[in-house]
Design a protein around this ligand. Sequence first.
Ligand code: PMP
Length: 431
Amino acid sequence: MTATDTVRPLTAAELAAVRADFPLLGRTVRGGRPLVYLDSAATSQKPNVVLEAEVDFYEQRNAAVHRGAHQVAEEATAAFEDARSAVASFVGAADDEIVWTPGATAAINLVAYALGNATAGRGGADAERFRLAPGDEIVVTEAEHHANLVPWQELCARTGAVLRWFGVDDDGRLDLSDVGSVITERTRVVAFGHVSNVTGAVAPVETLVAAAREVGAYTVLDACQSVPHLPVDLHALGVDFAAFSAHKMLGPTGVGALYGRRELLEALPPVTTGGSMVEVVTMTETTYMPPPQRFEAGTQMVAQAVGMGVAAQWLDELGMGRVAAHEREIAAELLKITEIPGIRVIGPSDDRDRIGVVSFVVDGVHAHDVSQVLDDRGIAVRVGHHCAQPLHRRFGVAATARASASVYTGVEDVVAFREALAGVRAFFGAE
Ligand code: PMP
């Protein structure tokens, strides 16, 4: 990425070429209307190269990885490991710091369960650093996706640790006005989302990492909504662990990654045990392979991992600076819905430090009814609590509608969305 990449958004011709690469964007819905897909925060669409990579893997390279003594197995292993390298370099990590998981949820649970195993005495002397005791504290935020909240609640229940959290302000940003009273000498883990899947707000990673480091706490970054939309360099951010999913970054479902700093993964006990992650097994004892294999028991999702690698390369070639610049323009277009009477955005209404994820309520109309009217016009948005019930409770709403962008989203998509949204209240007689 060059300096100009960070400022030059996609031209109309480049965007058209990008869109042509995504077959699903060409389909129609609801009686022949062109699809306006504004649900990329839930899952992104996939470019041809990703679809082709999976087919090519099955057609030409399908074999068990890491144990074949034949050519196809060698090629399968090379494709699997090359994909790991592509994903690692995409997020500024070393190859052996990337563990394949079925997704971000599984990655966060992996860390939480590994810490629980360490607390139960597994992993020997190396893992003692991870032990939690009653009264230790785990810090999260009120803005978390359930995937980065419930595993920590469960870990607290298993270990006697206490959950604490940062609240959010009226603009949907983390309230860090008193960092030092939440992150204290008792804090052992600070787990937070890089970008909220509801408000689109980018968290001040630097502040939280600095506060955690000062007290020797481990940081766990939920990077699900940042990796697909912003340049992310995990080494530069200085987090200890991070989780993200392929399906939100133009890759296949069923695969994601856990990043862990090498020395931490080396000391962490395994969670899922079985084949492919062991060195010596006797009837009573087993020794484990080094990371990342220690955390990859059983047959892996090889074709999907290959697809994730190709997705990372596709984004890398376009340049994440340019992706971010394009999506910033789309975010600004989305935020113009605040000009429509009766629309309230849940989250920052300015486009500073936020991405193109905009959740909103329509005065007097239930979110599900909003989405139905939009769907009738071929516009796909998400409704519900978006797996963030505490955040919705904070804003006194049970559900919001959410429009979210990706690299392939065009201004025309947003214009169609705004026009349809402007008519929703009249449609329900709520004006
Ligand atoms: N964290 C955030 C912020 C998310 O948006 C999501 C997906 N909605 C997840 C975690 C969970 O990701 P997955 O379902 O791919 O495991």
